[in-house]
Design a binder for this molecule. Structure first.
Ligand SMILES: [Zn+2]
Length: 171
């Protein structure tokens, strides 16, 4: 399990081992591997937000080495189904073919769509990007609100809990 403090909110985000192994299985370690992605679901026991369920990639997603477009209808079905099991949609994940990933402009723009579509008690929306390096080094985790992407650092490190990217969302 890896956990992160969410800024000064007092909330803490964690990823279960099953979720971390799912990330690990989809790392783009070979040049023919395509981007993969899906949704993240959490059990809310505030201040703990425990990401314990994950979906994707799906056969109906559109995927290439440098792009990933999810099947949005399938996503909605997953959100409804998980909600009936008391698991809350808290964010998205996808892979990048780079060792230590950083969000692209498209990623930053798309995440605000997700913010609009989700309703939950978390202070923002999680965007996880999985690079080629094993986690935690290759794992980019952020919480996004309507205008900013806040990068989270794993709790085990002695760095500030959040660091605001200079970049602002463009929508
Ligand atoms: Zn991306």
């Amino acid at each position: 399990m890896i956990s992160f403090d969410i800024g000064l909110s007092g909330q803490r985000l964690s990823f279960d081992d099953a979720v971390l192994s799912h990330f690990d299985r989809h790392r783009q370690t070979r040049f023919w591997h395509r981007e993969a992605g899906g949704l993240l679901f959490a059990r809310l026991a505030l201040p703990m937000v425990e990401v314990c369920a994950i979906t994707g990639p799906r056969r109906t997603d559109s995927r290439s080495r440098y792009s990933y477009w999810p099947d949005e209808r399938a996503e909605q079905r997953e959100i409804d189904e998980m909600f009936s099991r008391n698991l809350h949609f808290v964010g998205c994940w996808h892979t990048h073919p780079e060792d230590v990933p950083t969000p692209s402009r498209v990623d930053t723009r798309n995440i605000t769509d997700c913010v609009r579509r989700s309703q939950h008690a978390l202070n923002g929306f999680v965007m996880a990007i999985i690079g080629r390096a094993p986690s935690p080094g290759g794992l980019f985790v952020s919480v996004c609100d309507a205008s900013n992407v806040h990068v989270l650092r794993a709790c085990s490190r002695a760095l500030p809990a959040t660091e605001q990217l200079a970049r602002r969302c463009e929508c």
